[in-house]
Ligand binder design. Structure first.
Ligand SMILES: C[S@@+](CC[C@H](N)C(=O)[O-])C[C@H]1O[C@@H](n2cnc3c(N)ncnc32)[C@H](O)[C@@H]1O
Length: 235
């Protein structure tokens, strides 16, 4: 079994990209099973938060994976789905022809300053080698008044919820892998990255340091998932 987690600590971007390329085919199935179908509910919450007071213009889905968030947006706005995994983007294109799709790194956005009305990202941030750099890039690409919405796993604050959440991570991930014949190394990476990221990174502070205002963090699933909202000042 590949220890992607240890490898990612040394050479994060290429290792993480190779891992997501490897899981792309079964990604949607694992998502639905491991989240017990709640992933679509979380995405709906993210879209509602994005559209609260969103200026006119284009929206970015950063780390779009197999495209569900960008696909849900198309028809309402001009959408760009961006990911560095070619295999994930191929799945996204096959599912949703309408949005534009681009293969690029979230740490170097191929967008001019002020090009976007909004940006959202679901379950990508904890995979980044440099979260502050990504936030500065999103800040640059947004127009004044533009909104940034993030969904990311976290650790519930309450003792009982935290115990239940950790027990779920430890049992459901390997079990789902076994039953669905997934790459155990990849799902071990996902499990470890959720735990270590939540314990060490304060996304509210990093958003504020990048220049965002009106930064809010709303716990979902008792705090196992958090929805962050932030605004670029100066509208
Ligand atoms: C856990 S998946 C989430 C996919 C999708 N947003 C969702 O909610 O299902 C994380 C995605 O982020 C992408 N990703 C991770 N780091 C990235 C980076 N530095 N630049 C672009 N995409 C990245 C991965 O390729 C993967 O498709």
């Amino acid at each position: 079994m590949t220890d992607y987690y240890a490898a990612a600590a040394l050479k994060k971007a290429p290792t993480v990209r190779a891992m997501f390329d490897g899981v792309a085919e079964k990604y949607d199935l694992f998502n639905a099973v491991l989240s017990l179908g709640l992933d679509s509910l979380w995405r709906r919450c993210a879209l509602r938060a994005l559209f609260a007071d969103l200026p006119e213009g284009r929206v970015l889905d950063l780390g779009c994976g197999s495209g569900d968030l960008a696909g849900a947006l198309s028809g309402r706005r001009e959408v760009l789905g961006l990911d560095f995994s070619g295999a994930m983007l191929r799945r996204a294109r096959a599912k949703f022809p309408a949005p534009s799709w681009a293969q690029a790194d979230a740490l170097r956005l191929p967008l001019r300053a002020g090009a976007l009305a909004g940006a959202m990202t679901a379950f990508m941030v904890r995979n980044l080698a440099d979260v502050p750099l990504c936030f500065r890039e999103v800040f640059r690409a947004l127009r004044p008044g533009g909104r940034f919405v993030i969904l990311e796993f976290s650790l519930p604050r309450g003792w009982l919820m935290r115990r239940l959440f950790l027990a779920y991570l430890h049992t459901a991930f390997p079990l789902a892998c076994l039953l669905l014949r997934g790459d155990q190394g990849a799902y071990e990476y996902l499990r470890k990255s959720i735990r270590s990221f939540a314990a060490t990174v304060d996304l509210v502070r990093l958003l504020q340091e990048a220049g965002f205002i009106a930064v809010h963090a709303r716990p979902l699933l008792g705090g196992g998932v958090v929805l962050y909202e932030a605004v670029k000042p100066g509208a």
